[in-house]
Design a protein around this ligand. Structure first.
Ligand code: ATP
Ligand code: MG
Length: 740
């Protein structure tokens, strides 16, 4: 028998080697960021294979994302010098599907079952609510859908949901609808995401013989990012682990960032209790980051109370301090970061080694536009690019139809979004008229309304829709296009649809819409904006291999880059408002862990920035620098050249920050030509907020930039009816009016 190879162990430190070669029995590697946990897991798999202890088919490895699974598979293959075929390596969901396809009939499904997305899920629940006569306005399907997801995160099938769990929803009917929902899914041979884990748990609990198959199969179970498992995933693992003592979990309690989705950091803290005789290995040497980055991250996370605490050290060269930069607003933030990246590029740094990590999805927009303008290739990881996101496409479709009623593609996209009770028959009627009369769908709808072809409900809702589009179109002549779009989003019911939606995604979608409105302000008219977007999407579709990565902090878990930009460190954005509003410190501590995750993604360089002003939905707001900035040790920081802003931030250490930041110092800021514009806009906003507007009275003669002179006929809030001398009567906004 040949001597077992050891090349794969070279370069590992003692603790890593201990974990990799650990003979058997439960093993927990509990260690901070960048200490090689994932590397240990991968090398351990290779070790088990290379030393002939195990075959690929006997290994089950669970990762947090599909991307991580692919990388791990590649790495194992290169370590063992061949493909690792037959190994089960993937996310809980991916492995769950695999199990369920094999035994579908035992849980009342066929093996070709479909997997529903959240939209399908909500639609189904809505039908059930309607059938029960439950008022969908009062008890929205989306909320129930969220409640059901949480039950599934806890592996609670309908029969295990108790009265207490069911709560107030629809006077306690939630559990019953949940039961019907599961029945309905079985009837249509479908599952939702939560089922992928929960059904496995049920299957194994009810059929020990099936569980035994997996017990015989899997001799080694390995789990990465164990701190973010939820209760259902935990039960899933425990059931499988009954078959083998060889359970190896790696994780970091400081990086638990999915509490809002039901993850239980308690799972990792309880490992020793769950698996008696567990070996615990702690890794303290960080191989990823420079001492400055490591010290800053460690200091920051030390502000959290509920943690195990750990020491981290590194041998790396000192490197650069963390750059801390205050900027005037988001636009300047994107511009400076763009310039830094160009400088790095000139110094021959690879774009693929640069990442921008944001707290909220909407923040990618400003960077994407800047990069496109610069011709800098980028990719958005973990989600679509800003203008390709569903809600943005929907909103743009509304804009397109408003500008051009005959835009059929756009009209088809939204004429039933939000739902307007248009069934198949109504749609057939419209398409028939469209085809036979060779006209647009919009026009066909208009004609259908003149006939009795449509039933009462679609007739009413389509009538409203057509009239709305005509009205919105007319508004473009008198109102600012920004307000028109805001009106469209409101009056179409689109924002309401998202508002009643309590799912975590809905909030991000609303934020994206607000960001879209922000983007509109930079253009003079809606058509000009639409043209800009069309060009952007065109340019964005080119494919480069060396690209900057843009993503949320959540999506960055486990990844690393030479250079990391961390923009938007402001109160209310990061930490986010929800965490600030919450009672207790749990939300804030999770935000801080997210900041820790962000900083520790950087190998060599980290750039943290904050803006003094953010435009939120058509209004400039003075922003307060994030409390996390104050938790970074000054010794690790390098101030940016905008010393004035840094002084503002420092002043925050001694309180009084808000006044200071809002009142502040137009004078001390740069000399760019844009300053004046900002100042004006800010003044405008103040005026709007303070009610300090020009006094306008009925009968007064005024001047409008577009329509010329006229007299005020009526005043309705900030909208005015004016009889113009040349243009006739128009409704306009008071901000476009001057006293004549
Ligand atoms: P995170 O908590 O962020 O997931 P991690 O603990 O999983 O981090 P890894 O991603 O496995 O850490 O390792 C971080 C970096 O350090 C990687 O680039 C890895 O290749 C490198 N590394 C780990 N161990 C060693 C070692 N013994 N020698 C050299 N480099 C190492
Ligand atoms: Mg890792």
């Amino acid at each position: 028998r040949a001597v077992a190879p050891t090349a794969h162990l070279e370069g590992l430190n003692t603790e890593q080697r201990q974990a990799v070669t650990h003979a058997g029995g439960p093993l927990l590697v509990l260690a901070g960021a960048g200490t090689g946990k994932t590397r240990v897991l991968t090398t351990r798999i290779a070790h088990l294979l290379l030393t002939g202890q195990t075959r690929t088919s006997q290994i089950l490895a669970v990762t947090f994302t599909n991307k991580a699974a692919r990388e791990m598979l590649d790495r194992v293959a290169s370590l063992i010098g061949g493909a690792a075929d037959g190994m089960w390596l993937g996310t809980f969901h991916a492995i769950g599907v695999r199990v369920l396809r094999r035994h579908a009939e035992l849980i009342g499904l066929k093996s070709n079952f479909t997997i529903l997305d959240t939209d399908d899920q909500t639609r189904l629940i809505k039908q059930l609510l309607q059938a029960e006569g439950i008022d969908d306005k009062k008890w929205p399907a989306r909320i129930l859908s969220g409640i059901i997801q949480r039950w599934k995160d806890r592996a609670l099938p309908p029969e295990k949901v108790t009265g207490d769990d069911a709560g107030e929803f629809a006077s306690g009917k939630a559990a019953d609808i949940y039961r019907q929902y599961q029945e309905r899914l079985a009837e249509v041979n479908a599952v939702d995401f939560g089922d992928l884990v929960m059904h496995c748990v049920t299957l194994w609990q009810k059929h020990p013989d099936i569980l035994a198959i997996y017990h015989r199969r899997f001799r080694h179970i390995l789990v990465d990012e164990y701190q973010d498992t939820n209760v259902a995933q935990y039960l899933w693992l425990r059931l499988l682990a009954q078959g083998t003592p060889n359970v190896c979990c790696v994780g970091d309690d400081d990086q638990s960032i999915y509490g809002w989705r039901g993850a239980e950091v308690g799972n990792i803290l309880r490992f020793e209790k769950d698996f008696p005789d567990a070996t615990i290995v702690r890794l303290e040497r960080n191989y990823r980051s420079t001492p400055h980055i490591l010290a800053a991250a460690s200091h920051l996370i030390s502000h959290n109370e509920g943690r195990l605490g750990k020491t981290l050290w590194t041998d790396a060269k000192e490197g650069e301090r963390i750059s801390l930069r205050g900027v005037w607003d988001g636009d300047e933030e994107a511009r400076t970061i763009g310039e830094e990246i160009e400088a790095l590029q000139r110094d021959k740094h690879k774009l693929s080694q640069i990442a921008i990590l944001v707290r909220a999805g909407f923040q990618t927009r400003e960077f994407e536009e800047r990069f496109i303008t610069m011709g800098l290739p980028y990719r958005v990881i973990g989600g679509p690019r800003f203008y390709e996101r569903q809600e943005i496409r929907d909103a743009l479709a509304y804009c397109r139809v408003t500008i051009q009623h005959d835009d059929d593609l756009a009209f088809e996209r939204i004429y039933n979004t939000p739902r307007r009770g248009l069934g198949e028959s109504a749609l057939r009627t419209l398409r028939l008229i469209q085809r036979t009369q060779k006209i647009s769908l919009f026009e066909a709808t208009r004609r259908a309304l003149e006939t009795d072809e449509l039933k009462a409900r679609p007739r009413k809702s389509l009538g409203d829709l057509i009239r709305n589009f005509e009205r919105w179109r007319a508004m473009l002549d008198g109102m600012s296009h920004v307000e028109v779009v805001e009106t469209i989003l409101e009056e179409s019911g689109y924002t309401d649809m998202l508002r009643i939606d309590r799912s975590p995604e809905a909030e991000g979608r609303l934020e994206n819409l607000k960001e879209l409105v922000n983007a509109l302000q930079e253009f003079d008219s809606l058509p000009a904006f639409m043209e800009h977007v069309a060009l952007l999407t065109d340019m964005a579709s080119r494919d480069d291999t060396d690209m900057v990565s843009v993503m949320t902090l959540h999506a960055a878990k486990g990844l690393e880059f030479d250079t990391v930009f961390l923009p938007g460190w402001e109160e209310g954005l990061f930490p986010n408002q929800r965490a600030l509003d919450e009672k207790g410190a749990a939300g804030l501590e999770e935000e801080r862990r997210l900041a820790y995750v962000g900083l520790t993604r950087a190998r060599k360089r980290a750039y943290v920035s904050f803006a003094a002003n953010r435009r939120v939905f058509n209004q400039w707001q003075a922003a307060i620098p994030s409390r996390f900035l104050r938790e970074l040790p000054p010794a690790q920081l390098a101030e940016s050249s905008d010393a004035g802003l840094y002084a503002t931030y420092s002043a925050g250490h001694h309180g009084g920050l808000r006044d200071h930041a809002s009142g502040f110092e137009y004078e001390s800021l740069g000399v760019s030509g844009r300053r004046g514009r900002y100042r004006d806009e800010t003044a405008d906003d103040r005026r709007a907020i303070d009610g300090d507007r020009v006094d306008l009275s009925i009968g007064q003669r005024v001047f409008h930039q577009k329509f010329g002179y006229g007299r005020i006929v009526a005043v309705d809030g900030n909208k005015l009816d004016i009889e113009f001398e040349k243009a006739g009567s128009k409704k306009v906004l008071d901000s476009f009016i001057e006293a004549a």
